[in-house]
Design a protein around this ligand. Sequence first.
Ligand SMILES: [Zn+2]
Length: 416
Amino acid sequence: MSGKTVIIGIDGVPYDLIEGLANTGEMPNFAELLEEGNFSKMHAAIPEVSNVNWSSIVTGKNPGQHGVFGFTELIQGTYTVSFPDRRALKAEPFWKDDKRYMILNVPAMYPADEIDGVFVSGFVSPDFEKAIYPDSALKYLNDIDYKVDVDSEKAHKSYRLFLDNLFDTLEKRKKAAEHFWEKKWDVFMLVFTGSDRLEHFLIDAYYDEEHEYHERFIEYFREVDEIIGDIVEKMDEEDRLVMMSDHGMEQIKKNVNVNAVLEEHGLLKLGDEHDKRYKNIEEGTKAFALDPGRIYLNRKDRYPRGEVEDGEKTLEEMIDIFEDLTHDGEKVIKKIHRGEKVYHGDQTNKSPDLILTPNEGYNLKGSVKYDSVFAENIFSGKHTEDDAFLYCNDMPLPEDPTVEDVRSLIERDEDE
Ligand SMILES: [Zn+2]
C-alpha cells in the first residue's frame, strides 16, 4: 500500500528567497527538507498570474487547454470584463477521482467543488458560504472566524494594520489545517497566500535590513516554516511531500501601462478620456491589452467593434513598438510571445495574440485606467516567470520543470 500525499503551496515565493531563508536558519524545517529531497526552480505559466498558475498546477495543462489566461478576460463577443474562476476551468483538476481529499485554499478555485472530503476555495472568493464544502466545514470555519484571504485594503491605510491582519489570517489557516488533518484523507493540499500579498506590498523590506518591517517580513516566513514543520512531523515515512510556489517575485522599478503604449501609437481608441473602459473601445481600434501584458487583436469575428481580419501586419507593428520601448535608456520588454506558439488545445480561440514578458523591475499593467505609460504606485513587488520553486521529498523532479509538471508528482502511481 502506498502512502498518502501532502501538497503545500506558498503563493508567489521566489526560489532565491526561500532558499535564502533556509540557508540563514530562518526556515529550519524547510532547510532540513532540502537536505533530503529534490528542489528546483520552476517556470510559471505564461502569463505568470496566480490564477493561471494554479489552474495549470491542479490540471497539469496549459492555458490553451484549461482556458484560464489571466485574472480578467472579456466575455466572448463583448467588451465586458469578467473574472474567470473554477467555473471557467475547462480541464479536470486532480481531485476528480475516487480518492478522499482535503483541498484547502487553492486560488482561483471558487466556488467550492463538492468532493469526497473538504474543499475550501482560495482567493478570489466573494461569498464565504459558497467557498466551502461541506456544511460541517463551513460551520467550523465560521466558528473560528476563518479568512480565505488577507484584507489587502488595509495596506492602503497602514502597513501595521495590514500585517496584523496577515498574521491573524495565517494563525486561522494553521488552526484549520490542524483541524482538517485529523479527518480521513488520501491527499491533503494547503496553500499559503499571504506570502504573495506580503511581497507585493513589502518585498523592499526583505532586501533592506534597515526597513521598519524587515523583521516582520521574515517573521511571516518563520511562522510558515513552523506550520510546515508541524505537518512533516505528523507525516508517515512512506508519505509523499510536494511543495511549490506558483511564481516568483521581484522589486518594481516602474509600472508600465501597455494600453497607454497602444493608444499612443493609434492602435487603441478609447474615446472619452474621463471614462476609460473596455466597453468604450471605439471603432478604429486594432488591439488592446488585459493584465498583465496580454495583447488581443480587436478581431472582427470576436468583438462588437472588431475590425481586424488578418492581423499579421498589426502583430508585426506591435512587436516592433514593444521591442523599441525604453525607459531611462533601458529596454522594457525582454520577450514577446505569440499566443499561437505558446498555447495549444481546444481553448486557444480565447487566447491573447501576444504576451509580453518584461525585463527586471518593469511591472506590466493591462488596465485601461492610466494617465501615462510609466507610473508608480504603492506596490513594491511584482510577479516573475522563471523562478518559482518545486520540491518533492521522494521523487526526482522533471528537468527544467514548469507548473504543468506538478500534477505528475501529485498523482502517485499505485505500483511505486
Ligand atoms: Zn500576486
